[in-house]
Ligand binder design. Structure first.
Ligand code: F0G
Length: 354
């Protein structure tokens, strides 16, 4: 039976053998071929989505949280805290509940997807909404942690990245090699740093021959890595990556430089278009922030920045169900209202078969 990333990759994780493992059997997510989309690009690429939305709380954060909470509990911590654009708070709340410890989450008021808020509340976290953005929340979390015994479970906690690096192990194990290019969204920049750490460790151990080129994509209104400087008032519909002052700044630049990769940005409209494309052509419903990975891959494959014939993996970081508001608002799917009568149903069907 599969029992989560700690049991699966224990030799690669800095946890005490005796530590009580707090797991929801995260990881082991599917690597799904995007053949229809690849064919449309017509560049002979092998294109995959690593669908991290299928983790227990619906995002990649669970990989990091199982390790962070396991370690926090092992150290005797009784309460954890994080700032979040939503997914970290959902994951922290769930794993803290499972561990039987308290969880405090600081979120930007009105700027997180409803599903994520529901998760944090349902799992019993204390939800602190601030009149500020994620970057304000991050600053406050660091200040509070200095004056209390709360354990920070944001990705500045190194155990988070340790867990998240396992995504690169899984991809390499599944492909029997690393991809040529790895495309993913960048917000606080923990995840790109963790991916790179995973590939680097597999390279060092000789499991893979070469690491991928790391391609990090951001929303145009929250693109500090593209601009080369922090952004004061980040703004994007992809609230998960509405971040202007990424905490893993140096690590992400290191991943970009060492892998000879790049950063790029996309408008909200392009992000939503790609989210729709994935849902309608590939059957995968990811959240807007995740779609930026494929938007980037598609653009760079089309312009041959990613050469024809490459093996490309996109990390789809979170599940679309977290943000049903956006999905319903942007969807152009026909919505027909009729009387409950056979003829009316038949007419509606015939109208749309044409
Ligand atoms: N995609 C999703 C769905 C996210 O929730 C996040 C980050 C990212 C991408 C970016 O990852 O920050 O490691 O560069 N969400 C954090 C949160 C900030 O609080 O849930 P990153």
């Amino acid at each position: 039976m599969y029992t989560g990333i700690i049991d699966r990759y224990r030799d690669y994780l800095p946890l005490r053998r005796q530590a009580r493992v707090i797991s929801l059997h995260e990881g082991n997510t599917p690597l799904i071929r995007l053949d229809t989309i690849a064919a449309q690009l017509n560049r002979g690429v092998e294109l995959y989505a690593k669908f991290e939305g299928l983790n227990p709380t619906g995002s990649f954060k669970d990989r990091g949280m199982t390790v962070a909470i396991t370690h926090a509990l092992d150290e005797g911590s009784r309460a954890v805290i994080c700032a979040s654009t939503g997914n970290t708070s959902a994951s922290a709340a769930a794993y803290a509940a499972r561990a039987g410890i308290r969880c405090f989450v600081i979120i930007p008021e009105g700027k997180i997807a409803l599903g994520k808020l529901a998760q944090a509340m349902m799992h019993g976290a204390v939800v602190i909404q601030i009149a500020g953005n994620f970057d304000d929340g991050m600053r406050l979390v660091k200040e509070v942690a200095e004056q209390t015994s709360l354990t920070i479970v944001n990705s500045i906690n190194p155990f988070r990245l340790q867990g998240q690096k396992t995504v690169s192990f899984e991809i390499s194990d599944a492909l029997g090699r690393a991809p040529d290019y790895h495309c993913l969204p960048v917000g606080n920049a923990g995840n790109i740093s963790a991916h790179w750490m995973g590939y680097s460790e597999y390279l060092q151990k000789g499991v893979i021959d070469a690491p991928p080129v790391m391609c990090g994509y951001q929303a145009a209104g929250a693109a500090p890595f593209v601009l080369g400087h922090k952004v004061d008032q980040p703004e994007t519909i992809a609230t998960a990556i509405r971040i202007g002052n990424p905490q893993s700044w140096d690590k992400a630049w290191d991943a970009q430089k060492r892998s000879e990769g790049w950063f790029d940005k996309f408008s909200d409209e392009e992000i939503l278009q790609t989210q729709g494309l994935l849902a309608q052509r590939a059957g995968i419903f990811c959240e807007p922030a995740s779609a930026v990975a494929l938007a980037g891959a598609m653009r760079d494959i089309t312009t041959a920045k990613i050469p024809a014939g490459s093996c490309v993996v996109c990390t789809l970081t979170g599940h679309g169900l977290k943000d049903p508001d956006i999905a319903i608002k942007q969807s152009r799917a026909p919505m027909i209202k009729i009387n409950a009568e056979l003829n009316a149903v038949k007419k509606a069907i015939l109208d749309h078969l044409a």
